[in-house]
Write a protein that binds this ligand. Structure first.
Ligand SMILES: [Zn+2]
Ligand SMILES: [Zn+2]
Length: 228
């Protein structure tokens, strides 16, 4: 038979609870402190065991409260602006450093430059500009981390990155010629026969006499025989 407390018992229990509130609180507090490690280990084990459920719940919650969360983050950032800016700066540095580590460390894959101020992540197959437009609004290093650092990227310094982007490979000669130059400068005008293959030797700096500035030398694809 189910036990049912009487009205009198309930009133007495309630009165006791209120009369000894502080005492009970102190006891619970001390008990928790004494068994803290056990509590924490239990919690941790529980979270690990139910990880998928917890993650799914969190994801569903974030999706259904997306505007609320955004507004909250925004107002927090406004209220704590200096801290927020400092945090963002630290975050940018951290994710950049993490990306370097994920792609072989903070060292240029070509010339071995190690000053991280000169380094960035390079798309091995090219297409960096196009890609940056796709991930617009998201920091590129953050995007890499969210993608779990996919293959197809490497660490290059600005010099080697620029050279391999414009000339198809770096003059240091340490990189595979795996990409097409992505941009034609005015030094690399397409020739009359429609070929648009750039020719580095058309650059005036490669031509002691300065003749490279003459238009007929720039259009090397038409076989005029005037090229260097
Ligand atoms: Zn380099
Ligand atoms: Zn190089």
């Amino acid at each position: 038979m189910e036990y049912k407390s009487t009205e009198q018992e309930r009133t007495r229990a309630k009165a006791y609870y209120h009369a000894h509130k502080e005492e009970r609180k102190a006891y619970n507090h001390a008990y928790y402190a004494k068994n803290k490690q056990r509590y924490q280990a239990n919690n941790k084990a529980w979270r690990q065991k139910h990880k998928e459920r917890i993650d799914a719940y969190g994801k569903a919650y974030r999706q259904s409260h997306i505007e609320e969360i955004r507004a909250m983050k925004r107002s927090y950032a406004q209220a704590h602006r200096p801290q927020h800016l400092a945090w963002r700066k630290a975050f940018r540095i951290r994710i950049k450093e993490q990306a370097f580590q994920a792609y072989g460390g903070a060292i240029c894959a070509c010339c071995k430059e190690t000053h991280s101020e000169f380094l960035s992540i390079d798309h091995i197959a090219g297409g960096g500009n196009k890609h940056r437009q796709q991930v617009k609004g998201l920091n590129f290093y953050h995007w890499l981390r969210l993608q779990g650092y996919p293959s197809g990227f490497r660490v290059l310094c600005m010099n080697c990155n620029f050279a391999s982007g414009h000339f198809g490979s770096c003059p240091h000669g340490n990189l595979d010629k795996t990409r097409q130059p992505f941009r034609q400068t005015n030094l690399w005008r397409p020739s009359q026969n429609g070929l648009s293959t750039p020719n580095i030797s058309a650059h005036p700096s490669r031509n002691g006499s300065g003749e490279g500035r003459q238009p007929n030398l720039i259009s090397l694809g038409d076989n005029t025989g005037n090229g260097p």
